[in-house]
Design a protein around this ligand. Sequence first.
Ligand code: FMN
Length: 332
Amino acid sequence: MYSLLIKPILFSLDAEYSHDLTLSNLNRIPSIFFPKTIHAPYECMGLNFPNRVGLAAGLDKNGAYIDALAKLGFGFIEIGTITPRPQAGNPKPRLFRIPSKKVIINRMGFNNEGVDALISNVKRAKFDGVLGINIGKNKETPLDKAADDYIFCMNKVYTHASYITINISSPNTPDLRKLQQADYLHNFIAEIKDQHLRLADKHKAYKPLVVKMSPDESEETMQAIAESLLKNNIDGLIATNTTCSRQGLTDEHNKDEAGGMSGELLASKSSTVIRMMHEFLDDKIPIIGVGGIVDVDYAKQKIDAGAKLVQIYSGLIYQGPSLVTKIASALS
Ligand SMILES: Cc1cc2nc3c(=O)[nH]c(=O)nc-3n(C[C@H](O)[C@H](O)[C@H](O)COP(=O)(O)O)c2cc1C
């Protein structure tokens, strides 16, 4: 039904408009039209996942659609990226599809309503499954003060999240990816971990802390990331965010738009990163594999590369919601 009826309509509209339209109408569709959540329990990071397929960050930045998205059968949902203060993001248009390659290019720039708005939404939601909250920094916060923004958000979301993701890999916030480089990374992660342990103690509840990385880093940087995660007892790694590469695109409309590319052309790049990080981490920290999963085989490729869980975003846009249960049963 999605490919035949819904997708042609949505793809005839502006990408961001159709995205907002879909999310705001998802709630109106009765649950009987959605397949039952696949029950294939999986334990990871001390959390119990009903299945191994999650929603990647960025689709529901403010956590405004959690209950609607839960109907799609995800084993976990990640909301955000959220920043301390609301921000508008980059000027529109900032979201582009390339359907012939099942690719999306976005330069949203952490458009969000701020952490307090997200918390109100989470409080209102009835969802009681695994909820990740992905946090970032405001655009104008300088890099040497970035940890303050992450700590501000972490303090606020701690009791509301099942796990917390430190996003240092968006290509659309100037210089953000520099936080992944050894000169910044070690102190930055140590500072956040320190506060994380304080929060665990204060609330007498341990919420796993996860880092999300980019697929565009050198082997040296990947090694530095692995070292930092191991040294600071980080609980998980999400690999990967979108890429700045345009490999695989030739003369498609929109191919020269600035931003991060996601979808099928990201798949092998992100799987290579997962394979290398799995080796550098010596299988001591679980990896959530994301990037280009547009069918079951790509999800299996992530698991073969060393991922324990997977997340999807672009695949949902191109293949529709049935992809969630297809992958969840294939990985069960
Ligand atoms: C429009 C759009 C917005 C995104 N926003 C975020 C974000 O706010 N935070 C984040 O960590 N990742 C964000 N992502 C990256 C996705 O979570 C995911 O890592 C990436 O798209 C690769 O997965 P995919 O190929 O399945 O889409 C965004 C992706 C897209 C397409």
